[in-house]
Design a protein around this ligand. Structure first.
Ligand SMILES: Cc1ncc(COP(=O)(O)O)c(C=O)c1O
Length: 490
């Protein structure tokens, strides 16, 4: 159930970690501990001049007053307990390595080597990394696609059900909801199907840390009854970059195992600034989430209509993704009718109109509209989009579906882990069709691997990567070291 009230005197009005740090900076302590800048005294003066002193004073470490993330008994314990309450979880864990770290922890903390997991192939690369590290065996399932827009939607309950029937031994079902584009699957149905068969349900909710706090937003993983979910508090609400949370509910997760993995995979020096931002983001959402989201959702819904009234532009509507749900915080604006690629439009918006988008793809640009935004921001974006459209010749629409994210995935030849550790040879990407990749190839954002370790490389994937590179996409993977080359199983 979504949050209803936000009484200021509820326990949620406390921010135990933030309050402890704020108290600590007033005390005359002499620091003989890390970090070596000693509460800012040793920091580069140019930086201190720009941002002031307190931010550095609060950059503390494990102390009796600040508690320890991996054995919390004081303010961190209290802060995480408040987060669990706000997020309707039994346990919440603060993460300092983003949802990337959370995905690794979910997979390694729940699965044993050789365990089967039903997992969408269009998942974020950190999930595949979790498969490599855990040694779990993926059973890939595939999303529905909106052919008109060439857009990956999400996985349907029917697809999950078919996979459950075919794989009675699978231990878990993994879903990414929402996707980078804000498209959410029917989590309630998927959870029901999986739980009928005693499967653990893990949800990558990196882009949905706000869902619980407004009734018009899609159902969150914890509301839907998922066993465990990760969310990037930094992506859509007010956590600092990298600050994320992991939530657990019900008896299906062994928290002792999970905590051990969190201890293994996270820094032993977690940032107190990041963790304080989690404490405050939780407080803000619990107390004011509903009203803040009410305002920003209203404005972004109106903005979407206004964008759709501009000739040559199209902003994705909820009807386009049915029966999936669309998060109104995501504005996916197609610019192909202007004769521009998303990358070109994004560059013009940045350089000419000072509008910085969240991401671009070959035919669209994506913007996020959050609780930080209001009518002024909406006006600025709309004016820039109008000016952009006015300066282009409509009619020169790029041939639709010229470039399409590969959807004909080959069967897995080796597990991601086997391929990752296999002996390899390095060959030109253009000659790699039919070979088994030992590594990832990803366009970032959105970070969904085009090539995954263990799969035979397809012509479609090689052509997609070639075409995306040509139009300015950032290819993350082997490109960084040896452009145009890839490691394949020897
Ligand atoms: C669906 C999805 N999951 C996980 C991640 C990783 O999140 P983070 O950047 O917080 O590590 C991302 C990042 O873009 C993502 O899009």
């Amino acid at each position: 159930m979504k949050h209803r009230t936000s009484p200021n005197r509820s326990p949620q009005s406390r921010a135990p970690l933030f309050e402890a740090l704020a108290d600590y900076v007033k005390q005359p302590k002499a620091a003989f501990h890390t970090p070596g800048h000693k509460q800012g005294r040793g920091i580069d003066p140019a930086w201190r001049q720009l941002v002031g002193d307190n931010i550095f004073r609060m950059d503390l470490t494990v102390l009796p007053e600040t508690d320890c993330l991996f054995h919390p008994t004081g303010v961190l314990k209290a802060a995480q307990a408040l987060a669990a309450k706000a997020y309707q979880a039994d346990h919440s864990y603060f993460l300092v390595n983003g949802s990337t770290g959370g995905n690794l922890a979910m997979l390694m903390g729940v699965l044993f080597p050789g365990d089967k997991i039903i997992v969408p192939r269009h998942t974020h690369k950190s999930v595949i990394a979790g498969l490599i590290m855990s040694g779990a065996l993926p059973v890939y399932i595939h999303p529905e696609i909106n052919k008109e827009w060439g857009l990956i939607l999400n996985v349907s309950p029917e697809t999950v059900e078919r996979s459950l029937d075919k794989n009675p031994g699978a231990r878990a079902v993994f879903v990414s909801s929402p996707t980078y584009h804000g498209i959410c699957c029917d989590l309630e149905k998927i959870v029901k199907l999986a739980h009928l068969n005693d499967r653990v349900v893990m949800v990558d909710q990196a882009h949905g840390p706000h869902f619980l706090f407004h009734p018009s937003l899609p159902t969150s993983a914890m509301e839907a009854g998922a066993d465990i979910c990760v969310e990037s508090t930094h992506k859509l609400i007010s956590g600092l970059t990298q600050a994320s949370m992991l939530h657990v509910k019900g008896p299906n997760i062994d928290t002792r195992d999970l905590e051990e993995v969190l201890l293994l995979t996270q820094s032993t020096s977690p940032s107190y600034l990041l963790m304080a931002s989690l404490d405050l983001a939780r407080r803000q959402m619990a107390l004011h989430g509903r009203e803040l989201l009410e305002k920003s959702i209203k404005i972004s819904v109106k903005l979407k209509k206004d964008i759709n009234a501009v000739k040559g532009l199209y902003c994705l509507n909820p009807e386009d993704v049915k029966p999936f749900k669309l998060d109104p915080s995501k504005l996916i604006v197609f610019v192909d009718k202007l004769g521009l690629t998303g990358y070109q439009a994004s560059q013009i918006l940045n350089e000419k109109y000072n509008i910085q988008a969240e991401m671009a793809d070959w035919d669209h640009v994506a913007f996020i509209f959050t609780l930080a935004d209001g009518p002024a921001e909406a006006g600025k974006l709309l004016a820039a989009l109008k000016a952009l459209a006015g300066s282009c010749q409509p009619n020169t629409r790029l041939k639709k579906l010229d470039i399409q994210f590969p959807s004909n995935y080959p069967a897995m030849s080796l597990t991601p882990r086997e391929a990752f550790f296999a002996g390899y040879k390095t060959i030109p990407l253009k000659d790699s069709v039919g070979e088994i990749s030992t590594e990832f190839f990803t366009v970032y954002p959105p970070g969904i691997p085009v090539i995954v370790p263990g799969e035979r490389i397809t012509k479609e994937a090689v052509e997609y990567l070639r075409d995306m590179k040509k139009i300015g996409a950032i290819l993350v993977g082997p490109e960084a070291g040896q452009p145009g080359k890839i490691r394949v199983v020897a």
